[in-house]
Design a protein around this ligand. Structure first.
Ligand code: TIU
Length: 223
């Protein structure tokens, strides 16, 4: 077992039954011209997550541990996109529209894929999801069962949207979730702070919160 300093209390996990979940580190959320920017957001707030996440990924892979990526997006005919999601928000461009990075949030388009710095390594599963949560309408639950995963180290964007929805789904399914503050990002600094507080509050109502450096230290002590 490995123990990481975390709040509200140390997080103990068995590395072999823990997956590093990298949520939606897609160009559409992180680069200018993508979906995030069309919603009126400043994408620079998310980019600070890339370097610590790349460093963690390198160590996690070197230790031979499980990495799973997710991507939010829709089929080219948008048949898996609820009309309410398509219509909401009145962004300058909508899901499916042609933007500078290709059709917004559509599978197979350049903007839908993961940023170069965090490209999945061969063999790492990539879960395509139509919703904010990574369990809804995906094979993630079955994949975790198959690999006997019981704990998740959660990273990605955005903290209060896809990270939160996924952590809540995972917590209800019995997974223990450690969310890494420096590897999750929000377009809104106050949502970042409150989003993390909400996870660790009430004795860890949804999970634990730490920094990637805490995990790296624990992994190094282990080896
Ligand atoms: N808009 C926003 O903050 N997030 C999303 O739409 N998706 C994810 O968080 N991945």
């Amino acid at each position: 077992m490995t123990t990481v300093e975390a709040r509200p209390a140390p997080f103990t996990f068995e590395p072999a039954s823990t997956a590093l979940l990298v949520i939606d580190m897609q160009r559409d959320f992180l680069l200018p011209g993508g979906f995030g920017e069309t919603l009126g957001n400043d994408v620079s707030h998310l980019r600070r997550t890339i370097a610590p996440l790349a460093a963690l990924l390198a160590e996690w892979r070197a230790a031979g541990l499980t990495v799973i990526h997710t991507r939010e997006g829709h089929l080219p005919d948008l048949s898996d996109c609820p009309p309410a999601k398509l219509a909401r928000g009145a962004p300058s461009m909508r899901i499916g529209d042609e933007g500078p990075l290709g059709r917004i949030l559509v599978r197979g388009e350049y903007g839908h894929d993961i940023v170069d710095e965090l490209a999945p390594a061969p063999g790492e599963p990539v879960i395509d999801k139509p919703g904010k949560g990574a369990f809804y309408a995906t094979e993630l639950g079955a994949l975790l069962d198959e690999r006997k995963v019981t704990s998740l180290v959660v990273t990605g964007v955005t903290t209060e949207v896809c990270v939160h929805t996924t952590v809540r789904e995972a917590n209800d399914r019995g997974y223990e979730c450690l969310v890494l503050a420096d590897c999750v990002g929000s377009y809104f600094p106050e949502f970042q702070r409150v989003g993390l507080d909400m996870i660790a509050a009430q004795g860890g109502i949804f999970g634990w919160v730490a920094d990637s450096t805490d995990v790296l230290r624990a992994l190094q002590e282990e080896s």
